[in-house]
Design a protein around this ligand. Structure first.
Ligand code: 8DG
Ligand code: MN
Ligand code: MN
Length: 368
């Protein structure tokens, strides 16, 4: 309750407060349950239910009211029979038996553990599971398991990377990356994207877009930046994917979820002294922690599409692309917006929303 409220609160008011607390619990139960179902189908790579449950979750999350009964739920878009059964179960018992079964499932638990390592996707996790491996120590002791460089670093920095980053740490990373870019490419521009641009308080990495106005120069930016980070002793790991944009001709037949831009996936050393408030997650004595950072460097004329694509959330991107396709008969991806037989130009994200006939949505409104 807010401070400054009169002590003698009316009974009616109290009941309302208590009531809204119980509905908050109910809706968070429902959201947690849907999250488990989405994750389970993601890990086991079953696409249909994953899509269905994530759409239902984002519809339920965006409702201006909380669900208190089944009435009206059949009219909700994207909320299908299975989600309605789930809602019913949670309303009736305050829990879901299907979700509890998944949570107790050994395969689910193991796949979730394995994919929590940087560089380990559902396929590798499943391969290890089918080999009978159940723990990190078993993986690391198995002479037949070959870890790639990314996975080796994932295990090496596991404790730091699995801790996630606070907004204060993300700001510190932004300052480090900003200084580095200004040193090696004073004319380049670096902007924050991903979850922290959406105003999230916690994230698993920090994402940036780097651009330059000099055509073609974007391809040399990331190696320069990585070189400078290395000189400063801050680069713990790098995987660079040079641009493949020229190889794949645009317009491409199939609009891709990912993109062809030059990008790198990094692990950087973040010094605690750089974090305002000291950085609680920086282990004492060591003075630094490892953080995951992604950089993407598109050509300047692709900036707006890259920014819209990399700001996320992933569910928002899926929904927006689907809207473009189904409602507008257009194709949207990280490179372009294609309408019938022409590309629509955009300098800012606002231009893209306008082309789609949508009101502009601020990054914090894209957390679906
Ligand atoms: P968080 O888990 O990092 O806190 O949340 P996030 O910032 O929303 O997720 P992310 O995994 O960092 O991805 C940010 C956006 O970047 C997301 O909408 C997907 C997008 N993205 C692309 N292409 C690529 C790519 O090639 N690799 C990666 N890692 N992300 C990409 O559009
Ligand atoms: Mn991110
Ligand atoms: Mn990322």
């Amino acid at each position: 309750m807010k401070e400054g409220r009169p002590v003698a609160v009316e009974t009616r008011h109290l009941i309302q407060v208590r009531y809204s607390l119980s509905t908050i619990c109910l809706s968070s139960l429902l959201q947690d349950a849907l999250e488990v179902l989405v994750e389970y189908h993601e890990l086991t790579e079953i696409e249909g239910p994953r899509v269905a449950y994530s759409r239902a979750a984002s519809v339920l999350k965006s409702l201006p009211w909380t669900i208190e009964s089944m009435g009206g739920t059949e009219a909700l878009p994207c909320v299908g029979e299975k989600t309605r059964t789930l809602i019913q179960e949670i309303l009736q018992y305050g829990r879901s038996f299907e979700v509890e079964k998944i949570l107790a499932d050994e395969r689910y638990q193991t796949l979730k553990l394995f994919t929590s390592v940087f560089g380990v996707g559902p396929k590798t996790a499943d391969k290890w599971y089918r080999r009978g491996l159940r723990s990190f120590s078993q993986i690391l002791a198995d002479p037949d398991v070959q870890l790639n460089r990314m996975q080796q670093n994932g295990f090496l920095h596991y404790t730091d990377l699995s801790r996630g980053l606070s907004a204060a740490e993300a700001r510190a990373v932004e300052a480090v990356v900003g200084e580095t870019v200004r040193t090696v490419a004073p004319n380049a521009r670096v902007v924050l994207t991903g979850g922290f641009r959406r105003g999230k308080e916690f994230g698993h990495d920090v994402d940036f877009i780097v651009t330059t106005a000099e055509p073609g120069r974007e391809n040399s930016l990331l190696p320069l930046i990585m070189g400078r980070l290395e000189e400063q002793g801050l680069l713990l790991f790098q995987a660079h994917h040079p641009s493949t944009l020229a190889l794949k001709k645009i317009p491409c037949r199939r609009f891709e979820a990912m993109d062809y831009y030059s990008k790198c996936f990094l692990i950087l050393k973040l010094e605690g002294s750089r974090v305002q408030g000291g950085g609680q997650a920086v282990p004492a004595g060591r003075g630094w922690r490892a953080v995951r950072v992604d950089l993407v460097a598109p050509p300047i004329e692709r900036f707006a599409f890259t920014q819209l694509g990399w700001t996320g959330s992933k569910q928002f991107e899926r929904d927006l692309r689907r809207f473009a396709r189904v409602e507008r008969n257009m194709l949207l991806d990280n490179h372009a917006l294609f309408d019938k037989n022409q590309f629509l130009a955009a300098v800012t994200e606002k231009d893209i929303f306008a082309h789609l006939g949508l009101e502009y949505m601020e990054p914090w409104q894209r957390n679906a």
